[in-house]
Structure formats: structure tokens, C-alpha cells
Design a protein around this ligand. Structure first.
Ligand SMILES: [Cu+2]
Length: 257
């Protein structure tokens, strides 16, 4: 189960935009995600440490911020039933670390999303991480549903991702049946969306449609994105949004034929 399929992962090297599936490799274009932590206890706060190595094998010093952060780190259980999105800090020796809590035992995958200045675009590298003892409980990803409740908010998804085609996805946030119009900017956007494919844990880059302060983008109730998924499969969409000073995550399943 730890052997990802490598479909088209190498088909688009050399282009300035990443079109193929991302996150399938721990090393790409000369850059490497090197986990120093390969296993963590489950259910407790622990330090996850890693390095980002450049073409010369040394830690990459010059990163271009993406949405206010140098590195976005996503950790998911391989069945996509658990999701953690954090922002590590770097020490003088080039080691990155961040405190995470993986809720239960199992096999996890780590994704580092970063943009080496010398490369001029974003890279997403992936690596395997274990948590706790053994495989942990088997879980099944919930099927497609148009709405997700989190912390008393209901988020409704309109639109469907499609293979090889840019599609608009809209998420509407409501509370007690009323549209929420006071979303707060979180990392320079009203929402951050990460999509992952269950079959191979391909990571999909999603781009927000508009940003706070651009004169047209409202603070809810709708947060819109453009997404293009690399092919058929079952995708889990994770939407992070900030409301009343807390970041909350809504999750959706989409089956792409
Ligand atoms: Cu992030």
C-alpha cells in the first residue's frame, strides 16, 4: 500500500506550471523532502521534523512565500479520514519542525508545499509517516455528500471537479440556516482548499478565485476556487476557512469518472 502509482508524474517536467499529479514523489526536479521523523506516537502532540534539500544536497535557503507561508505541511491518514494542515518553522541548521497531533494509529502521508526561489514555481513533495502502533482502525471514506457540518457551521459544495478540465467549485458557509458573511482572511484568502486522490494520494493544487481586499471578493457566504484534477478517481476535498477567530475544516468526497 506504500507504493504509489506513477501515472503521469514525470510527464511534465521542465514546464513552469505543474500539471501532472503532485506529491507522489519525495524527490523532484533536484529537490528532496527528507523526513527526520518517520514515526510519531498517536493521540499526542509531537514534533515532526524534516529537511528540504536542494539540488546540491544542502537545505534550501531561499523560498518564496505561498499565501504568507514558506512551507505548507499537510499530513493525512492514507485513507484520507484524517487531515492536518500546519506551518512549520525553520531552525538555523535548516531543519524544519512543527508540532502535530495525529489522532490515531495508522499509515500517514506528509506533503510539503513550497516554492524554491531558484525554481520559480511551487513543488509538492510527499513522504510516508507512521503513527502509533500497527495499522490502527480501518476506516472508510464517507461517500459524496453536498453538505458538511463543522463546529455548528454548514458548508455546501456546488460544482464537481473533472479530469483534465478546470472547474469552478463553490463552497457556501451558513450558520443556523443563515449565510455567513463575516468570514475572516486566513493566509491571505477566505478559504484554502486541498484535494487528494484516494487511490494514489495525488495532491491537487487548487487556486482561490479572488482574495480579500481585491475590491470584489466578499467575506462569504461563498468561497470559490478553480480546480483541475489529474484523472478519474475518488477525491477528498479539504476546505480550511476562518470564522470567529478559529480555522475550521469542511470535507467533501467527489468521484470523478
Ligand atoms: Cu498552509
Amino acid at each position: 500500500m506504500n507504493t504509489p502509482h506513477h501515472h503521469d508524474a514525470h510527464a511534465h517536467h521542465g514546464q513552469h506550471e505543474q500539471h501532472g499529479p503532485a506529491g507522489l514523489d519525495s524527490s523532484q526536479d533536484g529537490y528532496t523532502l527528507a523526513l527526520e521523523t518517520v514515526a510519531l506516537p498517536a493521540g499526542t502532540d509531537s514534533d515532526l521534523r524534516f529537511r528540504l534539500l536542494g539540488t546540491d544536497g544542502r537545505p534550501v535557503a531561499d523560498l518564496t512565500p505561498i499565501h504568507d507561508k514558506l512551507v505548507h505541511l499537510i499530513v493525512v491518514r492514507r485513507d484520507l479520514t484524517r487531515y492536518v494542515h500546519v506551518h512549520p518553522a525553520v531552525a538555523d541548521d535548516g531543519t524544519w519542525s512543527v508540532r502535530v497531533r495525529l489522532p490515531e494509529a495508522g499509515a500517514y502521508r506528509v506533503f510539503a508545499d513550497f516554492a524554491p526561489a531558484a525554481l520559480g514555481r511551487t513543488l509538492t513533495l510527499g513522504a510516508d509517516l507512521g503513527a502509533g502502533d500497527g495499522d490502527g482502525p480501518a476506516r472508510e471514506l464517507p461517500g459524496p455528500a453536498p453538505a458538511f457540518a463543522v463546529d455548528g457551521r454548514e458548508v455546501t459544495l456546488t460544482g464537481e471537479p473533472a479530469a483534465g478540465e478546470r472547474r469552478r467549485l463553490e463552497f457556501a458557509v451558513a450558520r443556523d440556516g443563515r449565510p455567513v458573511t463575516d468570514l475572516q482572511p486566513y493566509l491571505a484568502a477566505y478559504g484554502h482548499l486541498v484535494a487528494l486522490r484516494l487511490e494514489d494520494l495525488a495532491y491537487v493544487h487548487v487556486h482561490p478565485d479572488g482574495s480579500p481586499g481585491d475590491g470584489t471578493t466578499e467575506p462569504g457566504p461563498v468561497v470559490a476556487f478553480h480546480a483541475q484534477v489529474p484523472g478519474p478517481g475518488t477525491y477528498r476535498l479539504f476546505l480550511d476557512f476562518k470564522h470567529e477567530d478559529a480555522v475550521r475544516t469542511a470535507e467533501f468526497t467527489a468521484v470523478v469518472k
